[in-house]
Design a binder for this molecule. Structure first.
Ligand code: TEU
Ligand code: CA
Length: 562
């Protein structure tokens, strides 16, 4: 397997709106990020993935872009961007941009021109327009990810346009080669400014089956599921190979495709070395565990053995070719400690255990802002305090239709709303967690008084320093990056244990995912002469025998065996 810097790197995701506000308007911004680069340097990360900072009317917080070559007013200017990039590079930190090219904002000039007329309009084909059915109904039964039909009727020309997300996010028509070249040109423009890569938003949605057939009607749903006709569609590999030829291959950059609905077999095609497409994908298998009839809005129990199966499937699947990305959380997901652990009695232990587990897999780890201080989900009493379009629309659709009660929906929101990840970064115990001197665009989590950056920096035993150590270990031990994964104790319902092997070294990773005290028994086939502890989230005696270990709640240990 080829060795490269982006396999060895650790990525940190910044959600700019909620990271740091430099001017008191309550909205995080680029100068705010620049002011915190030393903090990120101290943590030791190599790359920042910046959620979208482009010009946007913010229907979906920047994932609806109205100008790809300008900065969102609230976030600053292109000069602020250049300064942030220079300052990051000075500290050896790279910047990966979010690339949102499945759709634009309806306020993008391309769409404004596209909707003007059907004929003699070079922009018409930049988007996906269709006439309605004879009875005036939308062209097909697809639902949008944010509720309602995926089609919006446009009076001016009497046709519908497709929007897989909100109606202010019309889908681009990748069939159009002129559009594709525009996008490649824009990508080169950013890369020539010195950015170091792209995280590509729902990039496996860009090729739609041309007939746009009706989707299956599933129980409890008003609209058809069109996903088989746009996820990993017929021309997706052609488009990505073309993008690679035209842009990506010309730069030494990091690329990761966000891909709902992707499985390992496709991931091999997207990330295989000879494929010349992308380096990594984000899959959704583990974050979807327990989803019920209304997906994340009917969250259920999940089993550790299922989580293990998913990780193992991806680790074995991409062991020889391709590369994994590793994440627990991002701006669309709940907080890791709340989702996969115990954010009450064992918050600190859980945070460190989850970090150990994730970072010791083979792949490039992604840390979501606040994860390194153990930030948790939030519970706003009033729906009005939520800001996320997905959450608000889902409440309207599911509660108004009588499918879920208000109480059921609020309980689901507390577990899974995207706003759990979007409350401001907690920098200190000052007002609003030190995020802003003004009124934050979304309320800060009231637990900022105990959970904040100042606190963790003053405690050498903190989650922050634990992450720092994990990142350092990655730089010191090649086996953490390149070692081959093997699952052990497959059927254990409380312990997730696995090994990594490189040459004559073995790493043994043991993680207790419960507040119980299960016993870890080392399988007989793992042989070694001496063992040393690399990291753990509890005190462990140097000479402790590891054949049988009574684990403490959410305990994690990593041993190096030789
Ligand atoms: O998300 C893609 C996506 O599929 C989302 O619907 C995601 O599954 C959902 O938020 C989880 O419930 C990407 C971005 O990450 C997200 O923030 C955007 O809203 C979306 O694309 C549209 O650009
Ligand atoms: Ca601001």
């Amino acid at each position: 397997m080829e060795k490269t810097w982006w396999k060895e790197a650790v990525v940190y995701q910044v959600y700019p709106r909620s990271f740091m506000d430099s001017n008191g308007d309550g909205i995080g911004d680029l100068r705010g990020i620049t002011s915190k680069l030393d903090y990120l340097k101290e943590l030791g990360i190599d790359v920042i993935w910046l959620s979208p900072v482009y010009q946007s009317p913010n229907d979906d917080n920047g994932y609806d872009i109205s100008d790809y070559q300008d900065i969102m007013k609230e976030f600053g200017t292109l000069d602020d961007f250049a300064e942030m990039l220079t300052e990051a590079h000075k500290r050896g930190i790279k910047i990966m941009m979010d690339l949102v090219v499945n759709h634009t904002s309806d306020e993008h000039i391309w769409f404004i021109k596209s909707r003007e007329s059907k004929e003699n309009n070079p922009y018409r084909d930049y988007y996906i327009w269709r006439p309605g059915k004879v009875n005036g109904e939308p062209p097909n039964n697809w639902g949008s990810a944010f509720g309602g039909s995926a089609w919006e009727y446009d009076e001016k020309t009497g046709e519908y346009y497709l929007h897989l997300f909100s109606k202010k996010q019309p889908d681009l028509n990748w069939e159009n080669p002129v559009l594709r070249q525009e996008i490649y040109k824009m990508m080169r423009w950013w890369l020539d400014k010195g950015v170091d890569g792209f995280r590509m938003d729902v990039i496996n949605f860009i090729s739609k089956v041309e007939r746009l057939p009706n989707g299956e009607m599933k129980p409890g749903h008003k609209y058809g599921d069109g996903s088989p006709y746009y996820m990993n569609g017929p021309k997706i590999h052609d488009y990505l190979q073309e993008m690679n030829r035209e842009v990506l291959s010309k730069y030494d950059i990091i690329t990761v495709g966000e891909m709902p609905g992707v499985d390992v077999e496709e991931a091999k095609l997207y990330t295989g070395e000879s494929q010349n497409e992308l380096q990594m994908v984000f899959h959704f298998k583990h974050v979807g565990l327990g989803d019920g009839i209304y997906g994340k809005w009917s969250p259920g129990e999940w089993k550790l053995t299922d989580l293990k199966k998913i990780f193992a499937h991806w680790q074995y699947g991409l062991a020889d070719d391709g590369w994994n990305s590793l994440y627990w959380s991002n701006h669309d997901q709940p907080r890791a400690v709340s989702r996969f652990g115990n954010d009450k009695e064992y918050r600190v232990e859980t945070a460190k255990m989850l970090a150990t587990c994730l970072h010791l897999h083979q792949g490039t780890p992604y840390i979501y802002q606040g994860e390194e201080i153990g930030m948790t989900n939030v519970q706003f009493q009033n729906l009005d305090d939520y800001r996320d379009i997905e959450t608000l629309n889902a409440y309207r659709d599911l509660v108004d239709s009588g499918n879920l009660s208000h109480e059921e929906m609020m309980a689901a929101i507390y577990q899974r709303s995207r706003d759990n990840a979007r409350t401001p970064m907690q920098w200190s115990n000052e007002a609003n967690g030190g995020f802003t001197t003004g009124t934050p665009w979304i309320q800060v989590n009231p637990n900022y008084k105990e959970i904040n950056v100042e606190e963790v920096l003053n405690d050498h035993n903190s989650i922050f320093y634990y992450y720092k150590k994990l990142i350092q270990l990655r730089k010191e031990h090649e086996i953490i990056v390149y070692g081959l994964y093997d699952l052990i104790l497959d059927d254990h319902e409380q312990i997730y244990a696995f090994t990594r092997t490189l040459d004559d070294e073995i790493l043994l990773i043991i993680c207790n995912f419960t507040s119980d005290t299960p016993v870890f028994e080392l399988p007989n086939n793992i042989t070694y002469e001496k063992h040393s502890l690399l990291i753990s989230n509890y005190d462990v005696k140097e000479d402790e025998i590891i054949q049988s270990i009574i684990l403490r709640p959410y305990e994690a240990r990593v041993y190096l065996l030789k």
